[in-house]
Design a protein around this ligand. Structure first.
Ligand SMILES: N[C@@H](CCC[C@H](N)C(=O)O)C(=O)O
Length: 292
């Protein structure tokens, strides 16, 4: 793998305004060091985005080779600071939309390999995209999240990546979210955590703000919306396994709306939009500066 030194094709996309720089690289020929990812995501000196979707054939990537028989394409997701994350729910929808646009897949059902396992996706040609996100896990142990003088107990929900979900009276209580909200005990999330602040909007309808690990406050987080739906169902005593019926929450985020359904077997589905905004070329001059 080599760091790119010739013009680099990219696209820009978003899902409920969680925005991504998409870098197609089917043969995994590019080295994308954290510094380059962070430079691409820079909103003033780069393209701008909450993260990078590196599009690679599963067979060409050491982390995805074992999934190649099930899913031809691997979403190598990176946060805006260049760090690697296990999963990105909005990213998977945008990734699928890119594959459709590039002619790699048709509308309908497909599979995408991620570090969080293979995700089944249903892709409508001009409509929303549904991702089968798998089951949440609920690691043991109480967690508190603090902003200023306020501290809340949080639900610890893992969607392949870690989330701390705090129900608050007012989304403004989350403050400016310019830094990761402190949590305790520190050892619960040794690799950091995504933190969601949630208010009720009505029956099975919530709204949230999120501070994402590695990206800061974003306009949406798909895994975060799923974690919030799981936490809300626990709080509300809405157990799909016990009732034998699916439980659906509407989740409003600053950048749009996601609909999250938990099936009786625990499987979670997320539905929402996925948009390709632009495509272009990163110049050699800029790449030299980014590596300079
Ligand atoms: N925005 C994503 C989550 C991206 C990864 C997250 N920041 C992490 O580090 O776990 C989503 O839509 O799920």
């Amino acid at each position: 793998m080599t760091a790119p030194t010739t013009p680099l094709a990219y696209l820009k996309g978003h899902g409920t305004e969680n925005d991504f720089v998409i870098v197609p690289d089917p043969d995994n020929a590019l080295d994308l060091p954290p510094r380059l990812v962070a430079a691409l995501c820079d909103r003033r000196a780069g393209v701008g985005g909450d993260g990078v979707l590196h599009v690679v054939r599963s067979a060409a990537h050491p982390e995805a080779r074992a999934m190649a028989a099930e899913a031809e394409w691997f979403m190598d997701y990176r946060n805006g600071d260049g760090s690697v994350a296990e999963m990105c729910g909005n990213g998977v929808r945008v990734f699928a939309r890119y594959l459709q646009r590039a002619g790699h897949v048709r509308a309908g059902d497909l599979a995408v390999a991620t570090r969080g396992g293979v995700k089944r996706v249903h892709l409508a040609k001009d409509g929303d995209v549904t991702v089968h996100m798998g089951r949440a896990t609920l690691p043991e142990g109480a967690v508190d999240v603090t902003v200023g003088a306020r501290t809340w107990p949080a639900y610890n929900v893992n969607m392949g990546n870690p989330h701390a979900v705090a129900f608050v009276d007012d989304l403004a209580h989350a403050g400016d979210l310019l830094a990761p909200p402190p949590f305790a005990p520190a050892e619960v999330y040794p690799d950091g955590v995504n933190v969601e602040f949630v208010v009720d909007r009505g029956p099975r309808h919530v709204a949230l703000r999120v501070h994402e690990r590695g990206s800061g406050e974003t306009r949406s987080c798909g895994t975060g919306a799923c974690a919030v739906a799981v936490a809300a169902a626990l709080r509300d005593g809405a157990d799909p396994a016990a009732s034998g019926t699916p439980v659906t929450y509407t989740v409003d985020l600053p950048g749009g709306r996601l609909v999250i359904t938990q099936r009786p077997g625990g499987e979670i589905e997320m539905t929402g939009p996925a948009v390709i905004v632009a495509e272009g070329v990163i110049t050699t001059e800029w790449l030299e500066t980014a590596f300079g």
